[in-house]
Design a binder for this molecule. Structure first.
Ligand SMILES: C[S@@+](CC[C@H](N)C(=O)[O-])C[C@H]1O[C@@H](n2cnc3c(N)ncnc32)[C@H](O)[C@@H]1O
Length: 277
C-alpha cells in the first residue's frame, strides 16, 4: 500500500506541482481511501487514473486529500496565552503583521480578529490567511458562519480565550445562525500558499500554524520551520497547535517563557537581500 500511496503522490506532483510526498503516510493513505469510497473507485490504481484523467479535478483532490477540521476559538487556552502574553508586546508596534498558515475556512482568523479588536489592535493589524485549498479560501472569503445550535459552545470558548465583551457584538444575525461582522475582514487578505512548495511572502510578527504540521513528516516539518524562521520579523512569535512542537524538528525555536503553545526563533531573522552593485 505504501508504494501505491507514493505512486499517487509522485504522479500528482509531476503532473500538477502539488507536493504531498513529505506528508505522513498513514493520514494520507486514510484520505486516499476516503476519496476512493466517495468516488466509488475500486482501488488506488483507479484513483490515480481518475485524478490524472482530467486536470479540472485537482482542486477537488486537494480539498479531499487534506483535512479541514477547524472551529471558532479552537483550543481557547492558546488564544488566552496569545492575548495575555503577546498582545502587550505587539501593542508597541505601529503596524502588526499576522500570518495564519493553513487557515481552513477562516475560523481561527475571525477568532483572533475579535480578540485583536477588543484589545484595540485590529486597526493596525495586517492579516494574511493562507491555505493550500482554493475552495476553503473561497468559503472563508464568503464570511464565517456560526449555526444557532453551536452558538453556546462558541461563546464559552470565546470567554475561555479571554473574550472581554459580548460575542454577539461581533456577530450579525443571518438565517438560522450568525455571521461575523464583515468589518472583521477589512484587514484580512486570503491567499493561496502551499507550505510544502512556496516560499516567504511576508515578514510577520506572529505566525499561527495550528493543526497543520501534524500531517507532515519530520523532513517537511523541518522545511516549514525554516520557512517560518525566514518569515518572522525580529522579535516575532510562532503559535502551534496543542499536538505540535518544533522540539525534535531542529534547534530553531524555543518556547516563550511562561507559554505552552508560543515559540520564538533562536536565530535572528534573515537580513535584507541586497542587490549586487
Ligand atoms: C486541520 S485544518 C487546521 C485549520 C486551523 N489552523 C485550525 O487549527 O483550526 C488543516 C488545514 O491545513 C491546510 N493544509 C494542508 N496542507 C497544506 C499545505 N501544504 N500548505 C498550506 N495549507 C495546508 C488544509 O487545507 C487545512 O485547511
Amino acid at each position: 500500500m505504501e508504494n501505491e500511496v507514493a505512486e499517487i503522490t509522485r504522479a500528482v506532483f509531476e503532473r500538477f506541482g502539488y507536493d504531498f510526498r513529505g506528508y505522513r503516510h498513514r493520514p494520507l493513505e486514510g484520505r486516499m481511501r476516503y476519496l476512493c469510497t466517495k468516488l466509488r473507485l475500486a482501488d488506488f490504481a483507479e484513483l490515480r487514473d481518475w485524478i490524472l484523467a482530467n486536470p479540472d479535478r485537482i482542486d477537488f483532490v486537494i480539498e479531499n486529500l487534506t483535512i479541514s477540521v477547524s472551529d471558532y476559538f479552537r483550543e481557547p487556552e492558546t488564544f488566552a496565552e496569545v492575548k495575555t502574553r503577546i498582545f502587550s508586546l505587539l501593542s508597541s508596534f505601529s503596524s502588526i503583521t499576522i500570518w495564519h498558515a493553513g487557515c481552513a475556512g477562516g475560523q481561527e482568523v475571525f477568532s483572533l480578529a475579535v480578540l485583536l479588536k477588543e484589545a484595540g489592535l485590529y486597526s493596525r493589524a495586517r492579516i494574511f490567511a493562507s491555505d493550500i485549498s482554493g475552495a476553503r479560501l473561497n468559503a472563508a472569503r464568503g464570511g464565517a458562519k456560526i449555526p444557532l445550535n453551536q452558538f453556546e459552545t462558541v461563546e464559552r470558548r470565546y470567554r475561555e480565550s479571554g473574550g472581554a465583551g459580548l460575542l454577539t457584538s461581533h456577530l450579525r444575525m443571518s438565517g438560522d445562525g450568525f455571521r461575523f461582522d464583515p468589518a472583521l475582514m477589512d484587514n484580512v487578505t486570503f491567499v493561496e500558499h502551499n507550505l510544502a512548495t512556496d516560499g516567504v511572502f511576508c515578514e510577520a510578527n506572529l505566525i499561527f500554524c495550528r493543526n497543520v504540521l501534524i500531517y507532515f513528516g519530520d523532513d517537511l516539518q523541518l522545511q516549514v520551520f525554516n520557512l517560518f524562521q525566514d518569515s518572522l520579523a525580529r522579535g516575532g512569535f510562532l503559535c502551534l497547535g496543542s499536538r505540535e512542537t518544533p522540539i525534535g524538528a531542529g534547534p530553531g525555536f524555543v518556547k516563550e517563557q511562561g507559554c505552552n503553545r508560543i515559540y520564538r526563533p533562536l536565530r535572528p531573522p534573515r537580513g535584507p537581500i541586497l542587490a549586487m552593485a
